[in-house]
Design a protein. Structure first.
Length: 154
């Protein structure tokens, strides 16, 4: 089985995705998942906030596939899933789901952390935050770069 990548507007069901990915695969001993949610960035009482994610179709999927393939090379994974949404999302909406499954928990934990760290820095998504009548593009964060850098030293 190879890593599975999906970039979509539609929401996803975390439990259903995990069940589908692991059903009948009894060699799997550990499954680690991460679900990213939209935070409410609006100041109290200042209206609703939103996050709009834009991407380049084709290029985005290729980059996500390369990131997942790198995780597949580094750890003995039995299954790997990355779902990333795009479009306008509201607080509480799911943005991203990463699932890493392996015979052993440590590989699943490390692969999941690696996937998220690299997705944050290498996946071509652009985020536009809107709150209190203002809009701003989200800039890269030094702490995300530092988190991704730790995997470059291995």
């Amino acid at each position: 089985m190879q890593p599975e990548i999906r970039v979509q507007r539609e929401d996803f069901d975390v439990g259903a995705e995990m069940e589908r990915l692991t059903r009948g695969r009894h060699q799997i001993g550990g499954v680690v998942s991460f679900t990213g949610l939209v935070r409410d960035i609006a100041p109290d009482g200042m209206g609703e906030s939103s996050l709009t994610l834009e991407h380049y179709p084709g290029m985005t999927e290729r980059q996500l596939e390369a990131i997942a393939a790198e995780a597949w090379k580094r750890w003995p994974l039995d299954a790997c899933l990355v779902i990333h949404r795009h479009g306008k999302l509201l607080p509480g909406d799911r943005i991203v789901l990463v699932i890493a499954a392996s015979a052993h928990r440590q590989a699943a934990f490390e692969a999941c952390a690696f996937l998220m760290d690299w997705l944050k820095t290498k996946a071509p998504f652009w985020k536009l935050e809107e709150a209190a009548g203002e809009r701003r593009w989200v800039a890269a964060k030094a702490e995300d770069d530092a988190a991704a850098q730790r995997w470059s030293n291995e």
